[in-house]
Design a protein around this ligand. Structure first.
Ligand code: UD1
Length: 404
């Protein structure tokens, strides 16, 4: 178990360029398995989850060449094999093997998926989409002699199920319409890759319409990580400093900016550079929802900011209960109460503490707490944080954080 020591209460100043988006990079790596050809991915982040995803596809025979942030995936000579549970159980994104393997090989054996276990994370919608496109499901064995286009009607918005449906529909015979699809920027990045690979995908208000084709290798640039950008922006107001991030207008952070500026925090944009500083003058209210709403992956990191100033409320609408990270934050003195649909975060004196990162985003929230706490804090199990934040310690040090 790796650990870091943080000497907090130092105002942080500076500019950060976020790495490539984890939640875009991972499905694109698996989508490349559904494609026969050579794909080039630019700005692939160097994080643990990406390394595991690359190991998983190389297990099927994909050849991978990494040259810094540019990665070439050659999936011309791949063959189906039962996925290795030791690898798939390490990342949640291995669920994208459902779509990739069914479209490329016509078969898949469900394997344990991993990732953050902050609550129950079912796969029923992924399987519903596979079934609609002609997959036979017998226990854990999935088979489809040829996927055929169909109408898929999701009754809830799921990033993962939408992407799996897109991967399958892109190689299926005929036309698929996906109703109730997720439209997160990372879903759009996957669409850009599949289009470049040869799929015809039309995004209209009510549905994503996909005409399946033979897919071949393609080039794609991974978008900047909106969650990393949001996490770093919080550091300005949190530590009494000012942090800027390089993030485009369509990054999907508008609701996040709105919540911060409604509370009195200053947010400015100059072309692609967004800066955040100043104190909130009232409670911060967060209510998560799918894009274009406030991203659930940024709610844990707002808790220390609420606690430091006037408190706040977090209503979680994407996951049933995503608050177990508050147990770790309580070590820093952050106090919270249960309310209908979420938690109230009370104004608290944040003090140095030792804790274990509970999961990826909860771990980031613990780092933010340690950065604002007076004295020396220790965070253990930092592997979980490295799953999703590339070069996080170097980036924090560049802002003036003291981290050992
Ligand atoms: C992805 C992200 C995750 C983020 C989430 C929401 C990856 C690897 N992970 O997760 O970081 O928090 O989007 O932006 O990209 N659901 C079902 N049945 C299913 C699938 C989902 O009921 O088969 C429900 C979930 O329980 C949840 C909601 O749908 O309530 C949203 O989940 P989903 O968008 O699928 O999350 P992931 O794709 O797993």
């Amino acid at each position: 178990m790796s650990e870091i020591t943080i000497f907090g209460a130092r105002p942080l100043f500076g500019n950060i360029t976020p790495s490539g988006s984890k939640n875009a990079a991972l499905p694109i790596i698996f989508a490349a398995l559904a494609v026969s050809g050579v794909s080039v991915l630019y700005d692939l982040p160097d994080i643990t989850d990406v390394r595991v995803a690359l190991d998983i596809i190389s297990d099927f025979g994909a050849k991978i060449e990494r040259d810094g942030r540019r990665v070439t995936l050659d999936t011309r000579n791949v063959a189906y094999k039962k996925p290795d549970k030791k690898l798939t159980s390490r990342i949640r994104a291995s669920s994208y093997l459902i779509g990739a393997c069914l479209s490329r090989f016509g078969e898949f054996d469900l394997s344990e998926v991993g990732g953050c276990n902050f609550c129950n994370r079912p796969l029923d919608m992924h399987l519903y989409a596979a079934e609609k496109l002609g997959t036979k499901i017998e226990g854990e064995r999935l088979s489809a002699s040829r996927l055929s286009g169909a109408d898929i009607k999701f009754n809830k918005i799921s990033v993962g199920a939408t992407i799996n449906a897109l991967i399958m529909a892109s190689r299926a015979k005929g036309v698929t319409r996906i109703f109730g699809a997720a439209r997160e920027p990372h879903v759009k990045n996957v669409i850009r890759y599949l289009r470049a690979a040869g799929a015809e995908i039309c995004d209209s208000a009510d549905a994503l319409t996909v005409k399946g084709s033979i897919l071949s290798g393609a080039e794609v640039k991974i978008i900047p990580d909106m969650i990393e950008a949001g996490t770093f922006l919080l550091l300005g107001p949190l530590t009494g400093g000012m942090v800027s991030v390089d993030i485009p207008k369509d990054a999907g952070l508008e609701s996040f900016f709105e919540v911060l500026s409604d509370s009195g925090i200053s947010i400015s944009r100059n072309e692609n550079i967004v800066s955040a500083w100043g104190e909130p003058f009232k409670k911060i209210r967060v209510s998560t929802s799918p894009h274009p709403g406030f991203p659930t992956d940024l709610q844990p990191q707002t808790a220390p900011l609420m606690a430091r100033y006037h408190g706040g409320e977090i209503i979680e609408n994407v996951w049933q209960d995503r608050f177990s990270y508050l147990n770790s934050l309580s070590a820093f003195g952050i106090k919270s109460d249960k309310i209908v649909g979420g938690r109230r975060i009370n104004p608290s004196r944040i003090g140095a503490a030792e804790c274990e990162a509970p999961d990826l985003r909860g771990g980031a929230a613990a780092v933010l707490s340690a950065l604002v706490a007076e004295g020396k804090s220790k965070i253990k199990n930092t592997e979980l944080i490295m799953r999703g934040y590339a070069d996080i310690w170097a980036k924090l040090r560049s802002l003036g954080a003291r981290i050992e």
